[in-house]
Design a binder for this molecule. Sequence first.
Ligand code: FES
Ligand SMILES: [Fe+2]
Length: 385
Amino acid sequence: MPARDSIFAPERYAATRLPIEEATPLPPDVYFSEEWYEREVETIFRKEWLVATREEEIPNPGDYVRLDIVDEPLVIIRGDDGVIRALSASCRHRGSELMAGSGNCRKIVCPYHSWTYALDGRLQATPSMQDAVDFDKNDYPLPSLRAETWAGFVFINFDPDATPLLQSLGGLVDRLASYRMEDMVVTKKWENRFQSNWKIWVENSREGYHVRTVHRGSLDTFYPGAVRTAFHAEGEPMVYAINSSDNENGLYVPRGHTLPFVDGLSDSDNEATHFIIHYPHLLLNVPPDRITFHQYFPEGPDWVRITSWCCFPKSTVELPNFETDVEEMYYPSMDMFLAEDKGVCELVHRGIGGHMASLSRYSPSEERTVHEFSNYVLDRVLGPK
Ligand code: FES
Ligand SMILES: [Fe+2]
C-alpha cells in the first residue's frame, strides 16, 4: 500500500473517481512527475496495442520504417515471407542503432562493424568472430515484439501475453467493416511535437468543448453545433463515440466537397463522423469519405510526438480532381487545427505547471470522455478502484 503522501496513494484521486457530475480533473502533478510517467510507460505503453504504421507504407519485402517508441528503437519491417515484424533496431554486437528513417533493404547491415541480419531478424554474418569461444550467431537474433494488423493498420505490443489485437478491438472490427479501411491509402502525414504531456493531447482530442473557441476559424466551420452521442460498441471495453449533426454532408466533410463517400455505407453512417478511441493509442476519425488518425508517442512527461495521417479509398485517389480538392478543401483545415491544438495543449501544460494550479470540475455534458480517460489512466497506473 503506497504511503499517504505518495503520488500513487489512491486517496489522492478519490475526487476524480466520482461520477462526472461531481468529479474533479486529475491533479496537475501527474502531468509532470517522472515517477508517474515511468509507471504510465510500464502499465500502459508497454502493455497495450500501439499503432505503428499502415500496411501500405511497407508493401514489399524489405520495406521498413524506424520508430522510437517510449525510448525503444524499433524497426517495422516486411520479411521475404510477406510477414510484418517489429524488431529491435539495436545491434546484438555492441548495440549500434541499425537503421534510420524508412526505405527498403535486402538485409539489415549494421553501420558499425557490418554484422548482418535477415529481414526476420536472424543474425547471418559476423565478420572476424571465428575466435570467439562458444559464440553461435543463431543465439543472437534481433529481439522482436508482437505485430498484428487490422484494416490496414499495423499495431505492435511489447507485452507477449497481451490479448490478440482483433480481440482487444472488440466490436469495432464489425462496426467499421463497411468502411473497408484496408482499401484506403495514406495520402498525407503531418509530423508534430508538442511541449505538453501526452494526456493533455489525448484529453484535448476527446472533447468537442474547445472546438467553438479554439477552432472557430477552422474545424467549427465544418460541423457547427455537432451533437455528440457516446456509447460503447459491443464487446469494446473502451470509448466509442459518434458525432452527428444536422450539418450537410455528414459533418466532418468540407462543404461543397466533390470526393465520393465510401460505397455501401448505411444511411446513418453517411450522415455521421465517428470519433473513436481505443485506449491508449488509436485516435481515429471516420467520416464517410476518408479516415484520419493520430499516432502519438510520449517523450518523457513534458513532450509528445504526434504523427497525423489522412487516408482515402484508392478509387478516390485515382480521380482527376483528387489532388486539387484535397489541397484546397481537406488539408488546409488539418494544418490549421493541428496548429491550434498544439497551441492550446502547450498552454495547458504551462498553465498547470505552477504551484498555484488548482483544478475544479468537468462539464458533464461536454467532457464525459475526458473523465473516462482520466479514470482509464488511474485504473492502469494504480490498479482498478
Ligand atoms: S555494433 Fe553492430 S556490428 Fe558492431
Ligand atoms: Fe482540437
